[in-house]
Design a binder for this molecule. Structure first.
Ligand SMILES: [Fe+2]
Length: 296
């Protein structure tokens, strides 16, 4: 197990509450230390009616209400990556409950890429300073008494991280449920071969480790699910299970990505999420989003 320092306690079983957002098929999590009131939020959602230019917070309020009702202390608000399909509610949740907002250190690459695409001015910092913490590969942090590990798992995006918390790992968009396969690797900065290598890192975690997905689309009409295990993914993942080769995976992934539509919310999502969930403002300070015509 080359990735896991033996001092990391994988015996702790965090209490995990999932919040499914049907508008974007995103699963957000509240991850609680079983031995204290400390918790973390992973991949929250801010609601948007893009056609109307209207942003609301029902999804985030459900998480905030849950944390308050349980009497929990929010220590971390984690983004597994810069999502292209939903907006993060991290600052809204932080305003209500505190906690530090963290993302992978290579957010700087994502900010550089999309800073150009959205023609952001020099006031848009590309150094990740909008976030409270930038995780490098192998970084450790704690939630109450839980010792947590950030693993760099790029490919879907350059900054993707998998977070190992006790006996659970939050894989972001590295993997989907076994019958869903894997996430696309065709966004700017994405790479199918790199994604394969990252998935192998996740599959090298202990077989019994619980894995929690960021998305599920209920393939073939099944009910929405978000939890599986490393062993299940190794054996049954339709894109990579059973020892699929890197070449096979890359060919499959590239062929499939060529057929996928652009995510409906990619334009607002990137502008907000590369700012740690803050909506950009125009020169007069009003919240305002751009549409780069033929720019993506
Ligand atoms: Fe994603």
């Amino acid at each position: 197990m080359p990735d896991l320092d033996p001092s990391l306690n994988l015996e702790i079983r965090p209490e995990i509450e999932a919040f499914f957002d049907p508008a974007t098929n995103t699963i957000s999590y509240v991850v609680k230390d079983p031995a204290s009131t400390a918790c973390a939020v992973i991949d929250s959602v801010m609601d948007i009616d893009y056609a109307a230019g209207r942003i609301t917070h029902e999804s985030a309020d459900r998480i905030i209400d849950y944390i308050r009702a349980q009497g929990l202390q929010l220590e971390w608000i984690i983004e597994t990556h810069v999502h292209a399909d939903h907006l993060s509610a991290a600052p809204y949740i932080q305003e209500a409950l505190g906690g530090k907002i963290g993302i992978g250190a290579l957010i700087t690459e994502v900010q550089d890429t999309f800073g150009k695409i959205f023609n952001e001015g020099t006031e848009f910092q590309r150094d990740g300073s909008q976030f409270d913490a930038l995780f490098a590969d192998g970084d450790r942090y704690s939630v109450g008494g839980m010792d947590c590990l950030a693993l760099h798992t790029p490919g879907h995006t350059p900054a993707c991280m998998t977070h190992v918390i006790g006996d659970a790992a939050f894989v972001g968009d590295t993997l989907f449920m076994p019958d869903g396969g894997s996430a696309r690797a065709d966004f700017p900065g994405g790479d199918a071969g790199v994604l394969y290598d990252s998935i192998q890192r996740v599959l090298a975690l202990p077989g019994e480790m619980r894995l929690f997905m960021c998305h599920d689309y209920g393939p073939n009409g099944r009910e929405i699910r978000w939890e599986t295990t490393v062993a299940e993914e190794r054996a049954h993942n339709i894109h990579i299970g059973g020892g699929r080769s890197r070449e096979e995976f890359v060919a499959m992934r590239q062929a499939r990505d060529a057929t996928l539509a652009v995510p409906k919310l990619i334009i607002p999502s990137l502008q907000v999420n590369m700012r740690a969930g803050e909506v950009p403002q125009d020169a007069s300070g009003r919240p305002m989003l751009k549409v780069p015509v033929n720019g993506l």
